[in-house]
Design a protein around this ligand. Structure first.
Ligand code: HEM
Ligand code: NAG
Ligand code: NAG
Length: 365
């Protein structure tokens, strides 16, 4: 519990310093009437509107928003702090799509790059700015999500990333954590980034059931995925067991082997469990605040990997403010405390309310 309190007090200090900074920041009013901190950001508001109307079907947290977030990861992670890999968050996945789409870990990514390409051309942005702006805007459509940062001014990518930089669901925990470490992320940051699987579905893990979500609430950025991955597995949602897939608790739900193993491994189990629940006064509730704070910080790092942050302009205020959201974590119907596969010995796992009724079948997204 001690480390949770530590994180909480650090974030209070951060909030206080952000408020102080905001008071000192100058404001610019764009010709469009939007207010921002830097005139250069004015050019982005019409692009945000275009993305919202055209790519995201009217501000939706749908498949395009989910896949824009996945694309930002697959683009940025092609980077190594030791050099010798790709340019990081540079949009190479879009600009050199013929090369990167062919990598096994990028299965299904051609759908996304294909969908984004016409908007990328219209935007006039560099590929890196486009990919990472689209991810921030798409994520903002998901209730409960943090408002991600957007740094503006990435130069065009120089070359495609090499193969084998994107983790696969069949990889061992050791291999996954080594890859994240090579790109500059701690195990805790890796779990924070996996909050993204709260708005996710799989098309190619089992090709017979495209759109099979990873939790029962793929349209909201809540902590439910961190709970549901801990529940006892009962069935495969489609054509039996596929590589990278393990038993899931609910019909219609997909569980990645990698998510499950990370939830059970001593190096990451406590980070995983701490995202799902916390003790608040004398009752337990979800840990929405911790999840969004850590996810936002890890995404801020991911989205400028390989870039010189000092040369970029902070245009975070062009990112829409996510819709308000009342989080309320619950066991899916027929599940309870006894179904939780607890792997963190230092955090208690309490009883939570169970949704009433028969076991649900999760619809595809
Ligand atoms: C251990 C690391 C990870 C592995 C092994 C992994 C694996 C996968 C797989 C297999 C899929 C389904 C692809 C398909 O069948 O269509 C998926 C979907 C997704 N992943 Fe990950 N992922 C990882 C980390 C991340 C991270 C760090 C992010 C973002 C920060 C992310 C965001 C997403 C999203 C948003 C989707 C859903 C895309 C959609 O619904 O269209 N993933 N991931
Ligand atoms: C890939 O990039 C080319 C330009 O190099 C573009 O014309 C095409 O639409 C893109 N295709 C996909 C699937 O992203
Ligand atoms: C179902 O799964 C089996 C075993 O993984 C595979 O050989 C078969 O091709 C799959 N069927 C379909 C329709 O994808």
């Amino acid at each position: 519990m001690a480390f949770i309190r530590l994180v909480a007090s650090v974030s209070v200090v951060l909030v206080a310093s952000q408020v102080a900074n905001a008071a000192l920041t100058k404001r610019v009013t764009c010709a469009s009437g939007h207010v921002t901190t830097n005139r250069a950001c004015c050019a982005l508001f019409p692009i945000v509107d275009m993305l919202q109307e055209g790519l995201f079907d009217g501000n939706e947290c749908g498949e395009e928003a989910h896949s824009a977030l996945r694309l930002s990861f697959h683009d940025a992670i092609g980077f190594s702090v030791h050099g010798g890999k790709g340019g990081g968050a540079d949009g190479s996945i879009l600009a050199f799509n013929k090369t990167e789409n062919a990598f096994h870990a990028n299965g299904g990514i051609d759908d996304i790059t294909d969908g984004q390409f016409p908007f990328f051309l219209k935007s006039g942005l560099s590929a890196g700015d486009f990919v990472h702006l689209a991810a921030a805007v798409g994520t903002s459509n998901c209730p409960g999500a943090p408002r991600l940062e957007f740094m503006f001014g990435r130069p065009p990518p120089k070359a495609p990333a090499p193969d084998l930089t994107v983790p696969e669901p069949t990889d061992s925990v050791t291999k996954i954590l080594e890859r994240f470490a090579d790109a500059g992320f701690s195990p805790q940051e890796a779990i924070a980034l996996l909050s993204s699987h709260t708005i996710a579905a799989a098309d190619v893990v089992d090709v017979t059931i495209p759109g099979t979500p990873f939790d029962s609430t793929a349209g909201t950025f809540d902590t439910q995925v961190f709970l549901e991955v801990l529940l006892k597995g009962k069935q495969f949602p489609g054509n039996g067991s596929q590589p990278g897939e393990v038993l899931s608790p609910l019909a219609g739900e997909m569980r990645l082997q990698s998510d499950f193993r990370l939830s059970q491994d001593p190096r990451t189990a406590c980070f995983w469990q701490a995202m799902s629940i916390r003790l608040r006064y004398s009752y337990y509730t979800d840990n929405q605040q911790r999840m969004v704070t850590e996810f936002k910080a890890a995404m801020a790092k991911l989205q400028v990997l390989g870039q010189n942050r000092a040369k970029l302009i902070d245009c975070s205020d062009v990112v829409p403010v996510p819709k308000p959201f009342n989080s309320n974590i619950k066991f899916p119907a027929t599940f309870s405390r006894k179904d939780v596969q607890v792997a963190c010995p230092i955090l208690p796992f309490p009883n939570l309310a169970t949704v009433a009724g028969p076991a649900p079948t999760i619809p595809p997204v």
